[in-house]
Design a protein around this ligand. Structure first.
Ligand code: KG4
Ligand code: ZN
Length: 343
């Protein structure tokens, strides 16, 4: 089964063709980050306009690179939630038109379900099969859930304020790094001393699997400003390493707690921040020490892409989650909420 997938929930327009939910025939991502870098973050109106400008050509190129004709596509999967509403609507309406024109099914895909499905794509390693515990950390979301089967989820914890990636990006911006600065900050942290600077580890009382990153973000931003005001030089590598360690210390133990809570021997981590080398190292260590199997997407599949939407689309299709043409987009919607058409 060939699925064409479209992703436009934030600042990346993506199109992919995936066979049988695992084999990537093509996967193209048109990033707009340079347009938003000017403003230090995503400007929703610009995002929508950029999606409109490139979506047709991107889908055409995805078909060409996959060496398929429109008639070879069996269904269209599209991200319908969560995300910037104007941005989502561009991909959604394009997908509707494509599916309607070819009389093929339209499959709604939740963006975070898509991030988890990046693990099902062929990447050389055997992919995980549910049930497993999953940590999804991106620029807009940080959640921990029990993936019970390919389309059934139980939300175990989430951030109460900022997402982990957002925290990376804000601290990076304070250093003057261009948006999104998470990867650049991570690069600076290499060989840094993780104990040189003190940072808080946020906890949410009585909710051990929930997270909070706003205290950490404020502490880091204040230290940078204070040093600037006093004319002091921060040891950049040590500062970034200490900050990154605080994020890692928040995430890693929670995934272990989640695995124990849901009785899973397999754990996964996905989303943009899952590309972080320190997080990958610490997760690997924790899993080894606790006899857990760890699955991580290849770094190239951690960030937003449409191949992951096609992979999840394949499972949604098998579960009968096909949408009529009045499908709407939703700025926020839980990963555990089943697809129900609202009238
Ligand atoms: O999943 P994603 O591409 O988009 C969303 O759904 O939000 O995640 C993007 C986020 C950004 O905040 C970016 O700075 C962060 O992932 N990111 C990283 C790294 N690579 C990307 N954060 C830390 N270390 C990295 N290596
Ligand atoms: Zn994402």
């Amino acid at each position: 089964m060939n699925i064409l997938a479209i992703e436009s929930s934030c600042d990346e327009t993506a199109a992919a063709v995936v066979r049988d939910g695992t084999e990537i025939l093509s996967s193209l991502v048109a990033s707009q980050t340079d347009k938003h870098a000017l403003y230090g973050g995503v400007v929703p109106e610009i995002a929508s306009r950029m999606h409109i400008e490139c979506i047709s050509a991107l889908v055409r190129d995805a078909l060409t690179q996959a060496s398929v004709q429109k008639s070879d596509i069996d269904a269209v999967a599209v991200t319908y939630a969560p995300g910037l509403i104007g941005a989502l609507l561009v991909g959604l309406n394009f997908a509707k038109a494509f599916a309607l024109g070819l009389s093929i099914p339209l499959i709604p895909v939740h963006h975070l379900r898509g991030h988890i499905a990046s693990l099902y794509l062929d990447g050389g390693e055997p992919s995980p099969a549910p049930p497993f515990a999953a940590l999804i950390v991106s620029g807009g979301h940080s959640i921990i859930c029990h993936v019970k089967d390919y389309t059934t989820y139980e939300l175990l914890g989430s951030t109460r304020d900022d997402a982990a990636g957002e925290c990376f990006d804000k601290v990076a911006r304070t250093f003057g790094l261009p948006y999104p600065g998470g990867a650049a900050l991570s690069k600076l942290s290499e060989n840094g001393d993780t104990s040189r600077y003190a940072f808080p580890r946020g906890i949410v009382r009585d909710h051990p699997l929930d997270m909070s990153f706003s205290g950490l973000k404020t502490a880091a931003v204040n230290q940078i400003h204070n040093a600037g005001q006093k004319g002091e030089e921060l040891a950049l590598a040590d500062f970034c390493a200490s900050f990154e360690q605080a994020v890692t210390d928040t995430l890693v133990p929670r995934l272990l707690t989640a695995a124990r809570k849901c009785g899973c021997k397999t754990v996964c981590c996905a989303g943009g921040v899952a590309a972080n080398a320190r997080l990958r190292r610490e997760l690997t260590k924790m899993c080894k020490e606790n006899g857990l199997r760890l699955h991580l997407p290849s770094p190239a599949l951690c960030g937003d892409n449409a191949a992951m939407i096609a992979a999840q689309g394949f499972h949604e299709y098998r579960a009968g989650n096909i949408s009529p043409m009045n499908l709407n987009a939703y700025a926020s919607r839980g990963i555990d909420v089943a697809f129900i058409q609202q009238h």
